[in-house]
Design a protein around this ligand. Structure first.
Ligand SMILES: Nc1ncnc2c1ncn2[C@@H]1O[C@H](COP(=O)(O)OP(=O)(O)OP(=O)(O)O)[C@@H](O)[C@H]1O
Length: 266
């Protein structure tokens, strides 16, 4: 395998008596593009939070970018990881501008204070927003943006610190069809870019998986159903077991489609 980016061994997470994850072992190599898929409540966000060094597991071991959680300063580790998630978006201070939201990612903080940013920082933030199709939003307040605009700005923020690991939690959730397709294309461009960081995205919908994703992990009830190369994992048997219903899967032009298997030939 290419250089190791994530290594989880027997990871469990318990909260309030509930087992959110159990026995999760998973390795991600440098340059790989992963999707974590599974039904509501499967533990996808929890797993991403562990990978982001935002959540410490109750059991097992986690190594992120060569650092063992529990034995490393997570405040030094976190700026090496870019994350876009609803949990981050919810904590954006009222009135924060798009530019400040992207800039503050350099310090892995939310809310501009008295930090200094130079023209290189400003140029990078502007270029990233431009690349995500959000260049004209730079002076806007984040809290006035549409859902689709917010998603693109969040990805620009996640990329700002030039992370070694990029984590996207349901990047297309809440988008209309045009917005979803636009975002899938933008993530596909990232996935294709050999200079882009190792990437892990979470989704419920196989239709949201961009071409260029190389690996998949299927989660159900906190446990791994299947993981490995996407062509092998996105098979009818494994996806049906993961989502708990018989599915038919199709692939066209690098995109995946799923529907419930017809009953009685209908
Ligand atoms: N603090 C908590 N205490 C108890 N249960 C929790 C807590 N936080 C999350 N859960 C439960 O853990 C399970 C996994 O949650 P998680 O958000 O990781 O799932 P998910 O796969 O991302 O779900 P979704 O697709 O619906 O976003 C859910 O059943 C959730 O209700």
């Amino acid at each position: 395998m290419a250089g190791e980016v994530l290594k989880l061994r027997g990871v469990g997470v318990k909260r309030g008596g509930a087992e959110l994850l159990s026995g999760v072992s998973w390795e991600v190599g440098e340059g790989e593009r992963w999707v974590i898929a599974g039904p509501n409540g499967a533990g996808k966000t929890t797993l991403l939070q562990v990978a982001a060094a935002l959540l410490h597991p109750s059991s097992g071991s986690v190594r992120v970018l060569g650092e063992e959680l529990g034995r490393t300063d997570v405040f030094e580790l976190r700026p090496r990881i870019g994350i876009a998630s609803a949990a981050v978006a919810e904590r954006v201070p009222a009135g924060e501008t798009v530019l400040d939201l992207v800039l503050t990612a350099s310090y892995a903080i939310l809310g501009r204070w008295h930090e200094e940013y130079d023209s290189t920082d400003l140029g990078r933030a502007a270029a990233l927003l431009e690349a995500l199709g959000a260049g004209d939003l730079i002076r806007r307040r984040f809290d006035t943006l549409s859902e689709g605009e917010r998603k693109r700005v969040q990805i620009a923020r996640a990329l700002m610190p030039d992370p070694e690991l990029l984590l996207l939690d349901e990047p297309a959730a809440g988008l209309d069809l045009g917005g979803r397709e636009d975002l899938v294309n933008r993530i596909a461009a990232l996935a294709d870019d050999p200079l882009a960081p190792t990437m892990v995205m979470v989704t419920h919908h196989v239709e949201e998986v961009p071409p260029g994703v190389t690996h998949a992990l299927l989660l159900r009830k906190g446990g791994v159903v299947a993981q490995g190369k996407i062509d092998e994992v996105f098979a009818e048997e494994a996806l049906s077991a993961c989502f708990g219903l018989p599915l038919q899967i199709a692939r066209q032009d690098g995109r995946w489609y799923a529907r419930a298997a017809p009953r009685n030939g209908r």
